[in-house]
Write a protein that binds this ligand. Sequence first.
Ligand SMILES: CC(C)(COP(=O)(O)OP(=O)(O)OC[C@H]1O[C@@H](n2cnc3c(N)ncnc32)[C@H](O)[C@@H]1OP(=O)(O)O)[C@@H](O)C(=O)NCCC(=O)NCCS
Length: 170
Amino acid sequence: MRSVDLRDVVLTTPRLTLTSWLPGDVGPLLEVHSNPETMRFVRHGRPESRAETEQLVGCYIAEHAARGWTKWRLADAEGSVVGRAGFGGDDAVRQLAFVIRRSHTGRGLATEIAEALVGWHLSHADGAQLRAIAAVGNDASVRVLQKAGFVEDGTEDFDGIACHSFVHPS
Ligand SMILES: CC(C)(COP(=O)(O)OP(=O)(O)OC[C@H]1O[C@@H](n2cnc3c(N)ncnc32)[C@H](O)[C@@H]1OP(=O)(O)O)[C@@H](O)C(=O)NCCC(=O)NCCS
């Protein structure tokens, strides 16, 4: 894995760079996670505080160090944070997840990184299945998953929220 500015570069796409996090990334992620529209279908369904975001970045740093994958930092060509993308779950089932900064949606960025992450998963699968969920009503997310090759195989309740369940047939 290449390193730039102390961050590991996980992958690049024509417009995006996916890297590990540094503690100083809390501010930029908070800008993404404090938007109510962005957070409507994510985590607690509400904007998050600095303390919550700080804890999250700490968790992403620890996961990346311990197992080599997490929800990574997503930056544009200028190096500005435009979201986060990667995997939750465990060694048996990885769950693809992506969040794009509100000002940058509608440009195909989620699809670009979702497709690249499917490729990353295929070369680092270690026997893990690739799945994803999208809350019922999160139609943009459903569309991104479909474009990245996921197939819906049911619904599930996640923390009391009805979600479409997807599997990647890889
Ligand atoms: C969902 C999200 C990741 C999409 O990011 P994006 O960069 O705008 O996605 P893309 O531009 O790659 O693709 C969006 C697709 O959804 C479609 N779409 C957008 N809004 C839609 C809606 N309300 N209903 C149906 N389709 C919609 C777009 O037309 C596009 O499909 P197309 O290429 O076939 O036209 C972004 O809105 C986001 O971060 N939302 C908040 C966080 C979130 O919900 N993450 C997913 C958690 S599972």
